[in-house]
Design a protein around this ligand. Structure first.
Ligand code: HEM
Length: 154
């Protein structure tokens, strides 16, 4: 059971953080010069519409499997090292930021794309880009903390 929980936890992290890395570091510069500009907004709209449901799966799976590991494997919060406390704190920051991205920035961006006023899509997209950049950095830090924490000096 513990192996299943840990596997689901790590896979959720891979899908979410890896997806953000691909979107921000690879896709964003690759489509930067594509014309006409509204096509870029349409592409981002399709990309996010397919990616965000997977992020919701990760946002549900990471804390549920994480707390199941804490209470099932380590006997509660008192039994875990500082790396898990850090992971939990930064994890909640990531979940809240994604909630804001989804319910504010993404909703605004989708509305603009739906109305066809694609020139106005730029500012709405900038809000999504900013939060993805922050969450990508936090995600990379959390994975580093998670993977190395058990070897930190006591
Ligand atoms: C409420 C939020 C979270 C909780 C309670 C939590 C809890 C845990 C726990 C208890 C472990 C096992 C640690 C050990 O045995 O040393 C773990 C491992 C891990 N966590 Fe989290 N976590 C959370 C969020 C996250 C997030 C947001 C990410 C990345 C985006 C993440 C990535 C990982 C990874 C990659 C491992 C596997 C490390 C390894 O075994 O090498 N966690 N987490």
């Amino acid at each position: 059971m513990i192996m299943i929980l840990l596997a689901l936890h790590a896979l959720s992290a891979v899908v979410w953080v890896g997806g953000m890395f691909f979107a921000y570091v690879v896709l964003r510069p690759s489509i930067a010069g594509i014309e006409p500009a509204p096509e870029r907004a349409r592409l981002w709209s399709r990309v996010f519409a397919r990616f965000f449901p997977w992020v919701w799966v990760a946002v549900f799976t990471l804390p549920t499997t994480g707390y199941a590991l804490i209470f099932g494997l380590h006997g509660g919060m008192a039994g875990v090292g500082p790396h898990v406390h850090l992971m939990q704190g930064l994890g909640w920051a990531m979940f809240l930021l994604f909630g804001h991205l989804y319910f504010a920035s993404w909703r605004r961006f989708r509305a603009v794309v739906d109305t066809g006023d694609l020139q106005a899509a730029g500012p709405a997209l900038a809000g999504i880009r900013r939060i993805v950049a922050i969450n990508l950095i936090l995600g990379l830090i959390v994975v580093t903390i998670a993977a190395t924490g058990r070897y930190w000096p006591q």
